[in-house]
Design a protein. Sequence first.
Length: 432
Amino acid sequence: MSVDAAGSRAGTGEPGEGAERADGGECRCGRCPHGARAGHRQAVAAFVALREDFAAGRGVPAGLARSVGAARQWVSDELTLSAREVARRRAEGKTAWLAAVRWRTLLAVWSAVVALLLGQALTALGTGWTATRTAGLLAAVVLAVALTAAAWWHRAHGGALAPLIGEDGRLSTSRTVAAAWVAAVLYAVLTVAVRQVIAAAPGEHPLLQGPALVRSAALLVALAVGCTVAVLAHGLVASRVRAGRLQKVPADRPRAADLLTDDAGRGSLLDVQYVLVQAAVLVWALVLLAGRPAQMPQLPWVLVVLLVLSGATYLTGKATAGGRPVILSVVRSRELGDLAAPVRTGDDIEIRGAGFVPPGAGTPDRLARTVVRIGDVHVPVPLVPVAGGFANPADGVLTVPVPVDVEPGRVKVRVITAAGVETAAYPLDVVD
């Protein structure tokens, strides 16, 4: 598949290439967020147009049209090449997005500090400025400075969002919840400590008495629950991926929707309930802090029990979600009018099962990575386009030809998914 010459040269880093523009003056340099998005959109549009042409039967060379197998393989190869261009553009977009998002996170952090200052100033019009307002503002500034330093340290990986991004490139629900609890508890500790220092009489040492942590045991347990769930969730997912019991495909880039959805982008009840319960109790703690800023919030123990139940449900889902791909049957693919016959080399076989397309692997470049191993021969699963998508490969059915290199006799069929997970062997008899 040949792509637009300007599109293939944009973002190569050659002198003058960074300012290259497409028709209509749109930058596609690949090194800025706008140029990366424009280049990705153009590559996607070219791929969709090519796929729709092939789905309608257009664009296949006349010399290949007589052979169904050869035409299908040629179409699949052309789509795979075009899909790789889309993937390259998508990778450029991810790099540019991660480099730019750190400024957005810092803007959000310092905007929150300014909003807090404005809110305190407005509420102080009638009662005057107090030590409590000073303590709250100083605590917010200290946290904002810490987040700014973290954003600079991880400036190439998303800034302040870097600790919240999992190994699969998605925003981690458990890490985000744990980070929210850590930030809230630190803010409460700093607010109480600063207020005690400001309100202390000369000669007193209020910090030696501590911020009454004994009375805030429930708050500390809530913090421990959030952090423990994050650690256990990471361990569960990592161990299941290494054991092949869970298929993980990297995401294009982190999105806010990752907090409430699964890897395929569908809403996840377990994630939603965990985020909502944790957010509700966290807001409760902040409201208690706003009402009594002189002491640490004292959460009711019933809310802590609710957090534990929500975290246990979330972890149970992590321990049981997904699974290995499995082959249930392998049959000869029969066209209408064909006679019943055994499987021979050159025939198409239909592999039926489940889990052949992992969640998040629906993009063309990842679909093209699905491979079937027949004996010792590795057969890439051809992309079969239809209007709006692909008929092959599918999550439950794969259609591949039996190559002539396969020796007659009983062979073992295995499917290797885009996540790199291999199914158990399934026996197949191939005759002369």
